[in-house]
Write a protein that binds this ligand. Structure first.
Ligand code: ZN
Length: 87
């Protein structure tokens, strides 16, 4: 078990944050970003995560799918909105 990273960068907007707590409890911890295990990405909470509650916007899909393919993760099934699920 290593120390948590001190900074992380939002996958979508590139914003950097100083706080990073891995979120596995399902409980909001007060950090400014979220780690999303299904995609192995980090996203800022106040803009990118909060604004994509119905699923990741289509403009993000190409990068997400490329990322998943590169690291060997499965591409999640689309949700009822026809979007890749956020969590
Ligand atoms: Zn962001």
């Amino acid at each position: 078990m290593g120390e948590p990273q001190l900074t992380f960068r939002c996958f979508f907007c590139g914003e950097q944050f100083e706080n990073y707590d891995p979120v596995y409890s399902g409980e909001y911890t007060g950090t400014r970003g979220m780690y999303i295990g299904k995609y192995m990405i980090e996203a800022c909470d106040d803009v990118c995560y909060a604004s994509n509650s119905d699923g990741w916007a289509r403009r993000h899909e190409a990068r997400l799918i490329t990322h998943l393919t590169e690291i060997g993760l499965p591409i999640p099934n689309r949700n009822a909105e026809g979007l890749l699920p956020r969590d």
